[in-house]
Structures are given as structure tokens and as C-alpha cells.
Design a protein around this ligand. Structure first.
Ligand SMILES: *[C@@H]1O[C@H](CO)[C@@H](O)[C@H](O)[C@H]1NC(C)=O
Ligand SMILES: *[C@@H]1O[C@H](CO)[C@@H](O)[C@H](O)[C@H]1NC(C)=O
Length: 329
């Protein structure tokens, strides 16, 4: 009798300890989270340089293919990137692609997943998810612009891509084969007068004109983002730091530049998912999964539309990962 009461008491004090420990852990996680959100400042951008390793890999790819495909990611974007890799396995794009990862988890997540990918690590910024509009998102954009510009000034032509997209065919077959400075995609998907380019899907031919334009873009964007240096990283600043806005203005100003605008019926933005009319007028080669905020939403939407090529455990590519036959209506 007495011993069973003691046992009960011991149990209660043990569960008390568990409860208190749990509460302490939860509170520390919460404080940690608040600290990340509210005290995180964008890291310094002035010392950003391409690495020797990046240039060496880029040279080897350029020698074989004439240009390099670039894709930038942190670990917040890892699952979307793996999905894209599964999606494009049926095209000849991966051997031309360099994945520039900005944290160790993203680097390992790709390099240890498939050992024939070109993956390099250039540490920058946060490993957490970033969303369009946030200071930290635009700093990441500026980091990307700087690296791209440094490669461009070394005469590397660049096809910049992003993982939140579904490819139904190799877009390169639709690029002009003669003398362009840049191939760009319209961000909205309508015919327009003052079009906004998409910052995540463009081909830059390394010409004097494109090199001048990208020097100008880098200069303007660096100047703009200086003003946000001491801001909270996750503060939303609307479109203020958007390289798409700056690049679109530069394209309008550079009358002599030879720009190929990809047809809006074949290269469509994420409005395709929400706008029935756009769907009825288009035969997409590429659909960007943009005009939606947050990676969870992007993933959910892709899955809903059958545009998801990664297995449920995020480890393997689905056997039906090539969408070639889906939208070729
Ligand atoms: C880039 O190409 C131009 C010729 O178009 C050449 O003058 C220049 O030295 C090259 N730059 C580099 C860094 O190789
Ligand atoms: C890139 O520019 C050069 C001229 O500097 C031109 O000869 C070439 O055709 C261009 N490449 C593409 C794919 O437009």
C-alpha cells in the first residue's frame, strides 16, 4: 500500500519534470524563433566573389556547351530544387547546370543525393525560407546578380533558371539562334507595352551590351539595397528591391540591345494556375510556379496539378517524372 503510493508520487514528480522540461524547450524554441525573425540582419554583400572552383566548373561547361546554366538555392529551397531536377532529367540540361548552394545543408542535400550534379558551396545569408518582398529575399537576389555579373564579365554566357517551375520541353530549342544580347520571359503572361521581365528565367549572351547592362543593374541594385542594410531581414518592403523592376527599366533604356521576348503563349507565369483564360490561350513549354507566396503553397499547387516529380519521401524521382506528354495539347 505505502509503496504503491510512493510509486504514484514518483510518477507524478517524473511527469512534472517532463512537463517542465517540455515547457522550457518550447519557450527556448520560441525565443530562438523570435530572435531569428526580429534581429536577423542581411549579411554583408560587398565581399561577394566567385570562387576558383565555380570558375573552373563554369569553364569546363562553357567549353563543351558554349554557356552555363545557373541555379541558386539555400536549404529552404532544397525540396523544390530536387523536384526540378527530377522534372528536367529527360532533357539535356543537368550536365550544363551549376547549382550554387549558399549553406552546408543545401550543399549536402544535393551533392549527397545525386553524385553527378555540379554543386558548389558559396556561403551567404540564411538557410531559412525566404519569401518575395522580404529584405533578405532581395539581398539574396543581389548576391545572385553579383555572382552572375562577375561570371558575365569573364565572358560566360548564362542561362539563369529557378526550381519553382515545370518544364515540358527543353526551352533552349525555342531561343533565337542568332545574335541576341538577352532572352527574357514576360512576368505576367499578357501582351504588353512596358513589360516586366522575369528575374528567374533568362538567358544572357556575354556581349558588350549585356555586360554593360548587367554592370548597371548591379550598380543600381547595390545602391538601392544599401538603404536596407540595417533593417530586419524578414521585413516586407514590397517590390523595392526587385531586380526585375530594375532590369526591365534598363532594357527599356538600352534601345540598341537585342532582346528576345519569349512568346507568352509558350512561356507562362504562375497566373496560369489561377487564370482559366490564360490556360485556354496557352500551350506551355515552361510554367513558373510564381505569383504565390511560400514554398509550402508552391509545392501544394504543383502536386494538385500533377506537376510534382519527386516521390512522397522526397528521395526518388517518380517514374512518370517527365511531363513531356502532358501539356503538349
Ligand atoms: C572577354 O572577351 C573579350 C573579347 O570579346 C576580350 O577582349 C576580354 O579580354 C575577355 N575577358 C576575359 C575576362 O576573358
Ligand atoms: C551571342 O553574341 C554573339 C556576338 O557577340 C553572337 O555571334 C551570337 O550569335 C550570340 N549568341 C546567341 C545565342 O544569340
Amino acid at each position: 500500500m505505502v509503496s504503491s503510493v510512493r510509486a504514484k508520487l514518483r510518477m507524478t514528480s517524473r511527469s512534472r519534470i517532463v512537463f517542465v522540461l517540455g515547457a522550457v524547450i518550447l519557450i527556448s524554441l520560441y525565443v530562438y524563433h523570435i530572435n531569428i525573425i526580429h534581429t536577423y540582419r542581411p549579411p554583408d554583400i560587398s565581399e561577394i566573389r566567385v570562387s576558383d572552383e565555380l570558375v573552373t566548373i563554369a569553364k569546363a561547361i562553357k567549353q563543351k556547351h558554349g554557356f552555363v546554366v545557373l541555379q541558386f538555392l539555400n536549404s529552404g529551397f532544397l525540396t523544390l530544387t530536387k523536384n526540378w531536377i527530377c522534372n528536367v532529367e529527360c532533357f539535356s540540361i543537368l550536365p550544363k547546370t551549376i547549382f550554387i548552394t549558399t549553406d552546408v545543408d543545401a550543399y549536402r542535400g544535393l551533392a549527397e543525393w545525386k553524385d553527378d550534379l555540379n554543386v558548389i558551396l558559396l556561403e551567404y545569408g540564411t538557410k531559412h525560407e525566404m519569401t518575395y518582398g522580404e529584405v533578405i529575399y532581395y539581398y539574396f537576389g543581389l548576391f545572385r546578380v553579383k555572382i552572375m555579373n562577375q561570371l558575365l564579365q569573364r565572358n560566360f554566357s548564362i542561362f539563369e533558371t529557378e526550381a519553382d517551375a515545370t518544364w515540358f520541353d527543353d526551352p533552349l530549342e525555342y531561343f533565337a539562334q542568332s545574335s541576341v544580347d538577352m532572352v527574357v520571359m514576360q512576368n505576367k503572361g499578357k501582351h504588353c507595352q512596358h513589360c516586366m521581365v522575369n528575374g528567374g528565367f533568362l538567358y544572357i549572351n556575354a556581349t558588350h551590351t549585356s555586360q554593360r547592362m548587367w554592370n548597371e543593374l548591379t550598380r543600381q541594385l547595390t545602391e538601392k539595397m544599401k538603404g536596407y542594410r540595417n533593417q530586419e531581414g524578414w521585413r516586407n518592403i514590397g517590390m523595392a528591391g526587385s531586380e526585375q523592376v530594375f532590369l526591365s527599366d534598363i532594357i527599356e533604356t538600352e534601345k540598341s540591345a537585342n532582346i528576345q521576348w519569349l512568346p507568352v503563349e509558350r512561356f507562362v507565369s504562375g497566373l496560369w494556375y489561377t487564370n482559366k483564360e490564360i490556360r485556354s490561350h496557352t500551350q506551355p513549354i515552361v510554367i513558373l510556379n510564381n505569383h504565390v507566396l511560400g514554398n509550402a503553397q508552391k509545392i501544394e499547387r504543383a502536386k494538385l496539378w500533377g506537376h510534382w516529380s519527386l516521390s512522397a519521401d522526397n528521395i526518388r524521382c517518380r517514374h512518370d517524372n517527365c511531363h513531356k506528354d502532358i501539356v503538349k495539347i
